[in-house]
Ligand binder design. Sequence first.
Ligand SMILES: CC(C)(COP(=O)(O)OP(=O)(O)OC[C@H]1O[C@@H](n2cnc3c(N)ncnc32)[C@H](O)[C@@H]1OP(=O)(O)O)[C@@H](O)C(=O)NCCC(=O)NCCS
Length: 169
Amino acid sequence: MMTEIVLPNDTNSLGNMMGGRLLHLMDKCAAISAQRHANRVCVTAAVDNVEFQSAIQEGEIVVVKSRVNRAFHTSMEIELNVWAENPRDETQRKCNRAFYTFVALDEEGATVDVPSIAPENDEEYERYTAAAKRRDIRLVLAGRKDLQNASHLKEDMITALQHSSDALE
Ligand SMILES: CC(C)(COP(=O)(O)OP(=O)(O)OC[C@H]1O[C@@H](n2cnc3c(N)ncnc32)[C@H](O)[C@@H]1OP(=O)(O)O)[C@@H](O)C(=O)NCCC(=O)NCCS
């Protein structure tokens, strides 16, 4: 988890936090989760579609939480959730969710396998299963996988897409 206060240098002329600043914070938070899991240097390979659903105002506190949903071979899907906290009454509102893909590298910069993840409850299993479907989607969209070989997609692509675009809690 990372927290940061939004200062004037982080905002546009309306006093809203700039998207690039938030993406930078999310990228750092995701990198920490990936590197802790892999015990390696990890680089961002892909960022799925990001929506900015609620502006974060100057003076608010940004709370970013990340977790590793699934490790594949050398890559991992990291889920990011973002809240804005009002420092006066400590209320929080959900602002953003995104999925980042990180890849572990060795000292020479070559990709290296990462430990797998074993889901321990229904919620973790659901995230683990959906992560494989989202991976198929992003690899097909990136031109790295033929749709015919996207086995996870064939089952229920719609479920995976729905999970990715769940309404903010
Ligand atoms: C990410 C990177 C290491 C992948 O290298 P590569 O030679 O394409 O390696 P591979 O083809 O073996 O792919 C490695 C893994 O990345 C995954 N990957 C690559 N591109 C991907 C994409 N667009 N979306 C999702 N996963 C991707 C592959 O599926 C593979 O995962 P797996 O091993 O778990 O199956 C390389 O492209 C790179 O170094 N990119 C720059 C990273 C960087 O600088 N990030 C910061 C940018 S601001």
